[in-house]
Design a binder for this molecule. Structure first.
Ligand SMILES: O=C[C@H](O)[C@H](O)COP(=O)(O)O
Ligand SMILES: C=C(OP(=O)(O)O)C(=O)O
Length: 350
């Protein structure tokens, strides 16, 4: 017999859960941008980087776009050190490569784990978005002032309102490419966006994402002043596919790229392809990125004009480490990265 539902018999656990939810006020996007403003000259520089990336993706500039840098940033000093080295290298090879630094502040997790500087800058597990937003914006400004175009993954649907003016290329990760919320966000972003293939290796979700991202949308959001708002977006024509492998299957070989291009063309979307040399393509073995990058560049040199870019995970020190008291300077806390010497040698060899 069913029990009657009343105050005595009703499970109070869900009610307690909602009572335990806490809300902490954060600055609005306008307030944060006002505290850490972009100068007019920097804004023009960033507009110029976005245009250069667009030109590469649309085949008007033959250089190869390389999105490279740490898997995640946990230490601003190490990120700036890395940025200075990358800037010097980028200038040296700028006739062949358009180098954009990965400045990843939000990490999507398969289950749970540290979610990045923006969410938990002190890595206590308690989170501090106020400090995370401030430190993230200050860092992006510092890196931009080095003269580097920046890339990030847009994960939280409102984060780009706070940081997007400093970003020249954005990724939608494998775990969120299928999300309507992210596709709506892309539709209003002012920079080129790469959609990763799904974690299972499927390309169809990224193609659907490109179609949706190119479309105008109306969606729920927060105005720059912090009020709930209906956001209307025009559609983003500058999206492309990023091949990152999936579930133990790689997709950077000639046949996989040819199949991907065929599907892109059949769907009538941009056939530009970037290969992520890390993640499932490298089976999380950082050193494998070197042979993958060489192999993909060889395909490009042989005439595959759809290959427009590479993504590489690289930091000052090779590999990765677990968080703790005795951290190695410039070594990733998330996925393993190439070290600086390997990175420099690799880019020169390409
Ligand atoms: O790029 C980083 C990771 O691959 C991604 O954030 C997932 O990490 P996880 O599987 O360790 O949670
Ligand atoms: C999380 C990342 O990639 P993916 O979405 O391909 O796993 C990343 O590039 O840091």
């Amino acid at each position: 017999m069913n029990m009657p539902l009343n105050a005595e018999t009703l499970d109070s656990e869900p009610l307690n859960r909602s009572q335990h939810r806490q809300e902490t006020r954060l600055p609005t996007a306008l307030e944060l941008r006002g505290r850490f403003p972009v100068s007019e000259s920097l804004a023009w520089e960033i507009a110029g980087y976005r245009e250069q990336i667009r030109r590469v993706l649309h085949g008007e500039d033959n250089r190869t776009l390389i999105v490279i840098g740490p898997c995640s940033i946990h230490d601003e000093e190490a990120a700036l050190d890395y940025g200075r080295k990358l800037k010097a290298l980028a200038d040296e090879v700028s006739d062949r490569f358009l180098i954009v630094m990965r400045a990843y502040l939000e990490k999507p997790r398969t289950t749970v784990g540290w979610k990045g500087l923006l969410y938990d800058p002190e890595r206590t597990g308690r989170g501090d978005l106020k400090q995370g937003l401030e430190r993230s914006r200050r860092l992006l400004l510092g890196l931009s002032e080095l003269g580097l175009p920046l890339a990030t993954e847009a994960l939280g649907p409102f984060m780009m309102d706070y940081l997007g003016d400093l970003v020249s290329w954005t990724a939608i990760g494998a775990r969120t490419t299928e999300s309507q919320i992210h596709r709506e966000m892309v539709s209003g972003l002012p920079m080129p966006v790469g959609f990763k293939n799904g974690t299972d290796g499927s390309i169809g979700v990224a193609i659907n994402a490109m179609k949706s991202g190119a479309h105008p949308h109306h969606h729920m959001g927060i105005s720059h002043c912090g009020s709930p708002a209906m956001i209307s977006t025009p559609g983003n024509p500058d999206t492309h596919l990023v091949l990152r492998g999936g579930r133990g299957i790689t997709n950077y070989d000639e046949l996989s790229i040819a199949r991907a291009v065929e599907e892109l063309e059949k769907a009538g979307v941009n056939s530009a392809v970037m290969v992520d040399c890390s993640h499932d393509n490298a089976r999380k073995q950082a050193e494998r990125q070197q042979e993958i990058a060489r192999e993909v560049m060889a395909q490009k040199d042989k005439g595959n004009s759809h290959i427009k870019g590479l993504m590489l995970e690289s930091f000052l020190a090779f590999g990765r480490q677990d968080d703790g008291d005795d951290l190695i300077y410039g070594c990733s806390l998330t996925d393993p990265c190439l070290g600086w010497e390997q990175t420099e040698a690799l880019i020169r060899s390409l």
